[in-house]
Design a protein around this ligand. Structure first.
Ligand SMILES: NC(=O)C1=CN([C@@H]2O[C@H](COP(=O)(O)OP(=O)(O)OC[C@H]3O[C@@H](n4cnc5c(N)ncnc54)[C@H](OP(=O)(O)O)[C@@H]3O)[C@@H](O)[C@H]2O)C=CC1
Ligand SMILES: O=CCCC(=O)O
Length: 292
């Protein structure tokens, strides 16, 4: 496989680029805060001085950026992808963004002769480290087929969902459900505690029943220890709720549960919890429960 460019060495990008290196890919990385590339360099990556420099060097470049403004910035700003993308080169944006952002990027890349794929992922830091992500790709099928060897390393399954926008929408629907579940879970833990039950026993009961799931199993024990080391930062979960609610607006879908969950995430952000794991929303429910 050709050398892969990788833009964005955050929690996910770093784990994914490292995984590609471990599996024998040549990788050139870039990050806005350049020092975050150091560890990758120690593991054999080259470092590009700008997104454009990475695209110039690599036939395929992957982006894993925080949000729509970041995803647009690496494409359209000075030193951005558009300066070097051309026929025969592909850009794969794996960030979680809305369909409109993805379409803008796609149109600009294609106008320059390049190919574009959106490919947001389900799965967090650990699945990224272990190559167990679920990849939700959409866009140019030819590029999808060419990048499959890299997807096979990054994920346990990749879906090709058709036209650009479908990957973004699928990802937002999934994370909207996940964010709402995290709110119900947090309320339940607080309710158990305030009504004299052991939250730990609640976790054991949940794990044996019909609503057992990997998220409750993984996050529950650290939540009851008030430990929120970020795997999926709360500020990104709130961004995903906001974008999913906008998708609901566009399609006239009433989403009262998601809207309430979004308010809780917003409140958590406003109290300084945005950089912690999204499970820190639990703290909001603890403080808002009136004493008996
Ligand atoms: N963490 C998770 O569990 C998952 C996250 N995602 C999604 O993946 C994406 C990345 O998430 P994650 O790695 O956790 O996020 P991080 O916050 O850890 O990393 C964000 C990355 O975006 C870069 N960035 C932010 N703003 C800009 C900008 N204006 N221009 C250029 N680069 C910028 C950051 O650079 P710098 O270092 O300079 O700040 C950093 O590399 C998000 O869209 C998120 O929703 C998807 C699945 C799981
Ligand atoms: O976008 C983040 C998703 C986190 C996960 O799927 O566990």
């Amino acid at each position: 496989m050709e050398e892969i460019g990788f833009l964005g060495m955050g929690i996910m990008g770093k784990a994914m680029a490292m995984n590609l290196l471990r599996n024998g890919f040549k990788v050139t990385v870039w990050n806005r805060t350049l020092s975050k590339c150091d560890e990758l360099k120690e593991h054999g990556a080259s470092v590009g001085e700008s997104p454009a420099a990475v695209v110039k060097k690599c036939k395929y470049t992957i982006g894993m950026l925080s949000d729509p403004p970041a995803a647009l910035s690496v494409v359209f700003d000075k030193g951005g992808i558009l300066e070097e993308i051309s026929s025969g080169k592909g850009y794969i944006d794996m960030s979680t963004v809305d369909a409109e952002t993805s379409s803008k990027i796609s149109q600009a890349v294609i106008a320059k002769g390049g190919s574009f794929l959106e490919a947001p992922v389900s799965g967090s830091k650990k699945p990224a480290e272990d190559g167990q992500l679920v990849i939700l790709a959409a866009g140019e099928k030819g590029l999808y087929e060419k990048i499959v060897p890299a997807f096979d390393v990054l994920g346990k399954k990749s879906f090709f969902l058709g036209e650009v926008g479908n990957g973004a929408k699928m990802k937002l629907v999934v994370n909207m459900i996940m964010g709402s579940m995290m709110n119900a879970f947090s309320e339940g833990l607080v309710l158990a505690d305030k009504s004299g039950l052991s939250p730990k026993t609640l976790l054991d009961v949940l794990d044996l029943g019909a609503i057992a799931n990997p998220m409750f199993k993984m996050k529950g024990p650290s939540m009851i220890e008030n430990s929120y080391s970020p795997a999926f930062p709360l500020k990104h979960q709130q961004k995903d709720m906001r974008l999913a609610l906008a998708l609901g607006d566009e399609n006239a879908v009433s989403m009262p549960v998601a809207a309430a969950a979004n308010e809780a995430f917003k409140k958590a952000r406003s109290t300084g919890l945005g950089d912690l794991d999204f499970s820190a929303v639990y703290e909001i429910f603890k403080v808002t429960q009136p004493s008996p």
